[in-house]
Design a protein around this ligand. Structure first.
Ligand SMILES: [Fe+2]
Ligand SMILES: [Fe+2]
Length: 184
């Protein structure tokens, strides 16, 4: 698998979790009870799998290589991707805070969660589309086969260091489990 194929596969997992999150929002708006443990694990998935690991691979490895190959960061598409990661991080942080407030039974936690989740869903959906259709094909064009192989090695290393061995599997199991509960 090439580095951008690997990242696109991760996009599929992230997109599935965004669908689960949307369903969770619909339930919360209908005042249905949602297991707070599920909310915590969903936020954890976005914080660790999507941000730390997936965005980490893009920010620390793929995008810098694309920059070296001549694609400008400032005022260019790479700069936009970085800014969107930062914005997404703020939404995930706010979702996490809302879950804590909700657990403590404080008012507004529910609304705050749904609002930030919806913003995150729309941000990340269009972000992923841009990467799949514009950024990644650009990377494929400018990076040699050798550079791409190095990146795949770098991705493996980053995964081991940043999230630890076996975590990728754990997150896929979580996806599967929540899919059964919310999307059937
Ligand atoms: Fe990204
Ligand atoms: Fe991405």
């Amino acid at each position: 698998m090439t580095p951008t194929e690997q990242l696109q596969e991760e996009h599929q997992g992230i997109t599935l979790m965004l669908k689960i999150l949307e369903k969770v929002c619909v339930k919360m708006e209908a005042q249905e009870r949602v297991d707070p443990n599920h909310l915590e694990r969903i936020v954890d998935f976005f914080r660790v799998f999507a941000d730390k690991c997936h965005h980490g691979k893009e920010e620390d490895l793929l995008f810098p290589e694309m920059e070296k190959a001549g694609i400008p960061r400032e005022k260019g598409p790479i700069g936009v991707m970085f800014a969107e990661h930062t914005q997404g991080r703020a939404y995930v942080r706010a979702m996490g805070e809302a879950v804590t407030r909700n657990r403590k039974g404080e008012a507004g936690g529910r609304e705050e969660f749904v609002e930030n989740a919806r913003n995150y869903i729309s941000l990340l959906t269009q972000h992923i589309e841009k990467e799949n259709n514009i950024l990644f094909p650009m990377g494929d064009r400018v990076l040699s086969k050798e550079k791409q192989e190095k990146l795949v090695e770098g991705f493996e290393e980053l995964e081991r260091v940043k999230i630890g061995p076996g975590m990728h599997e754990t997150f896929h199991q979580l996806l599967h489990q929540l899919q059964e509960i919310y999307l059937k």
